[in-house]
Design a protein around this ligand. Structure first.
Ligand code: T4K
Length: 366
């Protein structure tokens, strides 16, 4: 096993024949992109699977987030967290908005809702909370605050494909939710993403914004860009969606194994179990806090054994070179604490349980 490298994740793919069959029509029609048949089919299939009323597909999750922020015509400050992938903050800034960092809570690492109100000013226009690792935010409290101050809520739901809160599809909360369909995600379209929302007015705007703002054969209404999902991506999505429930079930087994082996070890904190949430088992972040090895040492020990875990999410966004002139991780102490101690362990549907056992043996020093 030492000879085989185990990476933090591994893309889920259909059988080659299944994909080849799916793309045959594309070969015949020569319609490769610009919202073709596969794009339309995937949109319809996803609406049903995610139990949302409206959805728009994009070339990736990052541009999906940028497009929905643009479509809402927001101006001013946006409250968000620094404990996330670079994309969340970059999307806000690239849309001309000002991120205001709120700390996370130490239970599930999502936005600390008790701190949001103190960050609201007369310039605040929206909250962009992150359902980080698939742990869901306190959507009910966020909704209350947003209503009280008339703020938009756009969830970064990149990690929460297919999850449900109290039986409701996660894409139904807030004004919009962005999903990532990157190769490393529970559900992938190679690269890809989507925005789910309720307001039908956004349908046309999002559709146009991702296609250069073109609204008709001779009219261009918005300063849009190019964020279209192509037909090969959509075909991969159609195939992967057929197997998604099975994929999630296999991930669940891997997670159960990790929990069984690492669950009762002092100094090792496992991800929370959220009782009202139907999980997709996207990531398995472990916090080493007071364990015999610190996070960095654990990372090295695993690496020596050819296990490549990842420090998602370290460094914090407010410590990035491009942001630290203006922000400081000292203002988000919980995020800083977790970010310095967390390690995301390998997790994917066909990770053998014997390998999980082996990883746990290494962590436990056996
Ligand atoms: N918001 C949040 C909270 C996000 O986490 C992300 C993306 C976004 C927004 C933006 O969504 P997208 O625009 O990406 O749709 C990876 C992913 O590229 C990124 O999508 C993801 N978050 C982030 C958490 O992880 P890296 O730089 O760590 O990827 P990389 O290339 O090191 O890959 C990690 C592992 O995945 C590899 O060791 C092996 C495996 N892998 C990778 C690729 C590229 C595969 O099995 N197949 C592959 O094709 O960012």
């Amino acid at each position: 096993m030492k000879n085989r490298q185990i990476l933090v994740t591994r893309s889920s793919m259909p059988d080659f024949e299944e994909y080849a069959n799916e793309i045959r029509e594309i070969w015949n029609s020569r319609w490769l992109t610009n919202m073709g048949v596969k794009h339309q089919t995937l949109e319809k299939d996803l609406k049903k699977y995610l139990k949302v009323s409206e959805i728009n597909l994009f070339s990736n999750g990052h541009l999906a987030l940028e497009c929905i922020l643009k479509a809402m015509d927001l101006k001013g400050e946006v409250i968000t967290t620094p404990f996330t992938f670079a994309s969340t903050t970059h999307a806000i800034v690239r849309c001309g908005l000002i991120p205001v960092f709120c700390d996370i809570n130490k239970e599930d690492y999502t936005i600390d809702v008790s701190r949001i109100e103190s960050l609201i000013t007369d310039k605040t226009c929206a909250i962009v909370p992150v359902h980080v690792y698939g742990n869901v935010c306190d959507v009910y409290e966020i909704e209350k605050i947003a209503k009280k101050y008339n703020l938009k809520v756009i969830y970064d739901a990149a990690h929460t494909f297919g999850e449900k809160i109290d039986g409701i599809g996660i894409g139904n909360f807030g004004d919009a939710s962005m999903f990532s369909f990157h190769a490393t995600k529970v559900f992938n379209t190679i690269e890809g993403g989507a925005v789910a929302y309720k307001d039908k007015v956004l349908n046309r705007i999002l559709y146009d914004i991702k296609n250069f703002g073109i609204t008709g054969p001779e009219t261009v209404e918005y300063i849009g860009g190019n964020a279209k999902m192509n037909e090969f991506q959509a075909a991969m999505g159609i195939c992967n969606l057929r197997h998604i429930d099975d994929e999630i079930l296999k991930r669940k087994k891997v997670v159960e194994k990790y929990r069984e082996r690492l669950g009762s070890t002092n100094g090792i904190k496992l991800p929370p179990l959220q009782a009202n949430v139907e999980s997709n088992y996207a990531y398995f972040p472990v916090v080493f806090d007071g364990y015999k090895y610190n996070r960095d040492k654990m990372f090295e020990i695993l690496k020596e054994n050819n296990i490549i875990a990842r420090k998602y999410f370290y460094p914090l966004v407010n410590d990035f070179n491009c942001y630290k002139y203006k922000y400081s991780s000292k203002d988000t102490p919980v995020a800083k604490h977790i970010s310095e101690r967390v390690l995301t362990l390998p997790l994917y549907s066909d990770l053998e349980l014997e390998v999980v056992d082996n990883i746990c043996d290494i962590i436990l020093g056996r």
